[in-house]
Ligand binder design. Structure first.
Ligand code: PXP
Length: 263
């Protein structure tokens, strides 16, 4: 079955906020991403509002024709906004003020009681709930226990080892542009094995499986090929390419790269 691609458009808003102006508009970016074949639009409404603003989420709720996935901390103010706007899905993530981007998955084991309340409040509002977690057996069991519908596996560590220069390089620039990736090192294999084992556990527990963070045109294929994978959420790599070639083409090329698994 084809894997769905959710496009994280936060970085379109990052560019706008760099000048505190009105362009580029993430709402326009979402329309073009959908025209390029996106299966969903993801935005992270951070508590510090560093990129996506409340106005963006409100407009996206009205304009997104695929699925709107709201990434968010389990913070009361943001949960209230989610319950009011009712995105199709909420993805709970940890949030730290100083981080450049989300670092590490949620500690569901430690925050179980609080998360359980947030998950049921969101689900009662008709919102599907995904938890962004590390591919760790205890976290996956805890995600099931707090009532999540889906888990999004943190692919950051996989991305780290698959991108390090001199370790695992795409065979050529041409391969890189076509999204072909040559899994070359033990570290890459080990990270993929962790993701695959997490995927099996999620399947056994009846959790829908997603993954994301740090995925690019040349490291995405093996993750897209993991058995049971339902959705990938990708932001930086697609927006970086969209700046050069346009959003529709950047999305289309990522979908092609997801289909070209080299295992
Ligand atoms: N999934 C989650 C939960 C994230 O926090 C992010 C980053 O905002 C992404 C996916 C996308 O990561 P990237 O921008 O590295 O593709």
């Amino acid at each position: 079955m084809a894997v769905n691609l959710g496009i994280n458009i936060d970085h379109v808003a990052t560019l706008r906020q760099a000048r505190l102006t009105i362009e580029p508009d993430p709402v326009a970016a979402a329309v073009l991403a959908e025209l390029g074949g996106a299966d969903g639009i993801t935005v992270h409404l951070r508590e510090d509002r560093r990129h996506i603003q409340d106005r963006d989420v409100e407009l996206l709720r009205q304009t997104v024709r695929t699925r709107l996935n709201l990434e968010m901390a389990a913070a009361p103010e943001i949960v209230d906004i989610a319950v009011r706007l009712r995105p199709d899905q909420a993805t709970l993530v940890p949030e730290r003020r100083q981080e450049l981007t989300t670092e590490g998955g949620l500690d569901v084991v430690q925050a179980k009681a609080g998360l359980q309340k947030v998950v049921s409040r969101l689900k009662d509002a008709g919102i599907a709930v995904s938890l962004f977690i590390d591919p760790d057996p205890e976290q996956i069991s805890a995600a099931r226990a707090v009532g999540a519908d889906q888990i999004e596996l943190h692919t950051g560590p996989y991305a780290e080892v698959s991108l390090r220069p001199g370790r695992t390089q795409p065979a050529s620039i041409d391969d890189r542009l076509r999204g072909r990736f040559v899994p070359g090192t033990d570290q890459v294999a080990a990270e993929l094995a962790r993701l695959e084992s997490a995927a099996r556990q999620a399947g056994a527990l009846g959790l829908i499986l997603a993954a994301g963070h740090g995925l690019t045109y040349w490291n995405v294929a093996p993750v897209a090929a993991i058995d049971g994978m339902h959705e990938l959420n990708i932001g930086h790599s697609i927006i970086a390419r969209a700046v050069l070639v346009g959003m529709e083409r950047a999305v289309r090329e990522m979908k092609e790269a997801m289909g070209g698994a080299v295992r």
